[in-house]
Design a protein around this ligand. Structure first.
Ligand SMILES: Nc1ncnc2c1ncn2[C@@H]1O[C@H](COP(=O)(O)OP(=O)(O)OP(=O)(O)O)[C@@H](O)[C@H]1O
Length: 253
């Protein structure tokens, strides 16, 4: 479980102090305009940039007190447009940093529609294929290093994981994230620009603006038409469905 107690950054780029809890099995979407501080917040949640005020705990222990190798068993970060540094084959790259577990790699490649690319050089992959490989690698890190006594699947942090994906792959990935969250009791944080994906798949949404979280709650509470129009400076058509499905948004012409 991830808990924030007035955690933030005082130096630039700053993040105003925030509280929050992310439980095993939950999917949190962080949304907000360009430059709002989403990647900065993700670097704080991952421990790469330790918080400068307040406290951030993973499983009840301050994040900066975790030995780095133990932390790698419990949280994985897939950064924006991460590039492989070497000409690995897809299968090798997904296995990197994990305890050897071919069955798991085979399963993850299948889950992300990558089986046919297992022996391909990652440098030859398209942007969307490579993005899915990097996500598979992050999940493999968590699941292959999971101790037999761990009660949950750890914390997966993804920065714009759908940015290079076509709409079919976006839907497959988001469904797969939900499946991993449920099957492995994994807590997942996703930075997303697509508000419809956040609305459809997230349990909670944090809306950031100018380094400040201005709304949090379930998608219907946070993603209100008036708030979106104001923060993003857009005109939208809002689709609220009678069956209580999450709200969806269209850009007005
Ligand atoms: N090292 C830095 N020094 C000064 N400002 C920075 C630094 N790194 C980031 N910033 C600024 O901090 C703000 C937040 O950046 P961040 O990358 O977190 O935004 P973001 O919400 O992820 O944006 P995007 O949607 O464009 O990816 C931006 O205005 C950015 O220019």
């Amino acid at each position: 479980m991830l808990t924030l107690h007035q955690a933030g950054f005082t130096t630039t780029p700053s993040i105003a102090p925030l509280d929050g809890t992310l439980r095993p099995g939950e999917l949190l979407a962080i949304v907000g305009p360009n430059g709002a501080g989403k990647s900065t917040l993700l670097s704080m949640l991952s421990g790469f940039r330790p918080c400068e005020q307040g406290e951030l705990h993973l499983d009840g222990k301050p994040l900066d007190e975790w030995p780095i190798t133990t932390l790698a068993n419990r949280r994985a970060l897939v950064a924006q447009q991460e590039l492989p540094g070497f000409d690995w084959q897809t299968f090798e790259l997904v296995s990197l940093g994990s305890n050897p577990c071919s069955a798991l790699v085979v399963e993850l490649l299948h889950d992300l529609d990558l089986t046919h690319l297992a022996k391909r050089s990652v440098l030859s992959l398209s942007g969307g294929e490579r993005q899915r490989v990097m996500i598979a690698r992050g999940v493999c890190q968590l699941l292959s290093r999971r101790s037999s006594t761990a009660k949950d699947g750890g914390l997966l942090l993804l920065d714009e994981p759908t940015s290079a994906l076509d709409i079919g792959q976006q839907q497959r990935l988001m469904r797969q994230l939900r499946a991993w969250a449920e099957r492995h009791c994994m807590a997942i944080v996703c930075v997303l620009h697509d508000l419809n994906l956040a609305s459809t798949y997230a349990d909670q949404v944090w809306l950031l603006h100018q380094g400040r979280r201005i709304a949090q709650g379930n998608p219907a509470q946070v993603l209100t038409p008036r708030r979106i129009e104001e923060i993003y400076q857009v005109n939208i058509n809002h689709i609220a469905r009678e069956d209580l499905s999450p709200p969806q948004f269209l850009l007005a012409p």
